[in-house]
Design a protein around this ligand. Structure first.
Ligand SMILES: C[S@@+](CC[C@H](N)C(=O)[O-])C[C@H]1O[C@@H](n2cnc3c(N)ncnc32)[C@H](O)[C@@H]1O
Length: 332
C-alpha cells in the first residue's frame, strides 16, 4: 500500500491539474481558487493555505508548491492543521505566521550583476538620468529593487550608479571610496517580503565560490566588494559590499501584493525574477503598482521571462539580449 503522503499527493495532483486547466482557460480578476476540492482533508487544507498565500503574496498555486507544503506539514496532526488554517484565515498578510509560511514557498536565488546585458543597458541610460537630475536642480537619483532577496541586485545598481557618477565628475574617488559631490544624493531602496533575506541584505556580506553571489569575477565588479576576514579556519572566503555602496542603499520590508506603493515614484524600478512565481492575477496587480512606482520618463526592468502587461504606459527599448521599458512621459 502506498504511504499516506503519497496518496494525498496523488489526490493533490488531480486538484492541481484541474486548477491549471482553469488558469489556462484565461486570466481571472478573481483570486485563484482551486476548482476541484480534493477528497483528502490534508490535501484540502494544503490547497486552502496555498490559496491564502496566493491572495496575500501573489505566489501561484502550483503542484511543486503543494508538494513542498504537504511534506513540510506532514508531521502536524490533522486537527491541529485544521485549527491553524482557520486561525490563519483571520490574520493579515503581514502577520509573522503568514510570513513564515510564505518564506517556505519563496526562492531567494540571486547574485551580483545578474543579467549583465540588461544591467549594461541600464548603465547606458545613467548619463542621461544624471543630466536630467542636474537640470531639475534636485540632484537626486532614486532607484528601487523590488524583490531584492539578499541584496545583491541593490548593491549592483549602487556600483553601476557610483561608477557613472565618478565618470561624469559628480563623485570623486578617495581612499574611502566614491564620495558624491554636494549636493548630489543617491537613494537605492531594496525591498522584499522576506525579513530573513533582508537581514542578510543589510549585512551585505557574501560567500565566494562556485554558484555563490559572485559569478561575475571581473575587476570592475569585485572592486566594489572588498574581501573580509574569514570567520574560521575552514570557512569560505567572503566579500562585503563596500562602505560607499552601503551609504547609498537601504532595505525595507515590502509586499508588492499587499502594501501601498511608496509615496514618491522612482527614476528606475527593478522587479526581476519575482513575477515569474506569481499567478496571472497577482502579476497584473503587481505590474499596476510597478507602473505607478516609476516616474513618467523613468525606467522599469523586469526579468527575462516576464511579459509587460501595462503596454500602453511604457515604450520598450531593446539592446542585444536585453529589454528595458521607459514609462511614457504623457502616461497619467
Ligand atoms: C528569485 S528572487 C529575485 C532576486 C533578484 N531580484 C534577482 O533578480 O536576482 C525573488 C524574490 O522575490 C521575493 N518576493 C516574492 N513574493 C514577493 C512579494 N509579494 N513582495 C515582495 N517580494 C516578494 C522573494 O522573497 C525573493 O526574495
Amino acid at each position: 500500500m502506498a504511504h499516506p503522503i503519497e496518496n494525498t499527493l496523488a489526490l493533490l495532483q488531480d486538484a492541481m491539474i484541474a486548477h491549471q486547466q482553469a488558469l489556462a482557460r484565461g486570466p481571472s480578476t478573481e483570486p485563484s481558487q482551486p476548482v476541484a476540492e480534493p477528497r483528502d482533508l490534508r490535501a484540502q487544507l494544503v490547497l486552502r493555505l496555498l490559496t491564502g498565500v496566493e491572495m496575500r503574496a501573489g505566489i501561484e498555486v502550483s503542484q511543486p508548491a503543494a508538494e513542498k507544503l504537504l511534506r513540510l506539514l506532514a508531521a502536524i496532526d490533522i486537527g491541529e492543521l485544521e485549527a491553524w488554517a482557520a486561525k490563519l484565515d483571520t490574520l493579515p498578510a503581514s502577520h509573522p505566521e503568514w510570513l513564515s509560511l510564505i518564506e517556505s514557498l519563496t526562492v531567494h536565488e540571486t547574485y551580483v550583476m545578474r543579467d549583465p546585458s540588461q544591467l549594461a543597458f541600464f548603465a547606458a541610460q545613467l548619463p542621461a538620468l544624471i543630466a536630467e537630475a542636474a537640470a531639475s536642480k534636485f540632484y537626486l537619483l532614486r532607484f528601487w529593487s523590488v524583490g531584492c532577496a539578499t541584496g545583491e541586485e541593490a548593491y549592483s545598481i549602487a556600483a553601476l550608479t557610483l561608477d557613472a557618477m565618478v565618470a561624469s565628475g559628480n563623485a570623486v574617488v578617495t581612499e574611502t571610496g566614491a564620495n558624491l559631490v554636494a549636493p548630489w544624493q543617491i537613494e537605492i531602496v531594496g525591498s522584499d517580503i522576506s525579513r530573513l533575506a533582508l537581514t542578510q541584505a543589510q549585512a551585505g556580506i557574501y560567500d565566494t565560490g562556485p554558484l555563490s553571489s559572485f559569478r561575475d569575477e571581473s575587476e570592475p565588479t569585485l572592486r566594489h566588494f572588498p574581501s573580509v576576514p574569514a570567520i574560521g579556519a575552514n570557512s569560505v572566503a567572503r566579500r562585503s559590499a563596500s562602505p560607499d555602496l552601503k551609504a547609498t542603499v537601504s532595505f525595507s520590508h515590502f509586499n508588492i501584493i499587499d502594501d501601498p506603493m511608496p509615496a514618491e515614484p522612482f527614476d528606475t524600478v527593478f522587479c526581476r525574477n519575482v513575477l515569474i512565481y506569481f499567478s496571472a492575477r497577482a502579476r497584473k496587480h503587481a505590474q499596476e503598482t510597478l507602473r505607478r512606482a516609476v516616474r513618467p520618463g523613468g525606467y522599469l526592468l523586469l526579468g527575462p521571462t516576464d511579459t509587460l502587461i501595462e503596454t500602453e504606459a511604457f515604450e520598450a527599448l531593446w539592446a542585444p539580449g536585453a529589454v528595458i521599458y521607459r514609462r511614457r512621459k504623457d502616461d497619467a
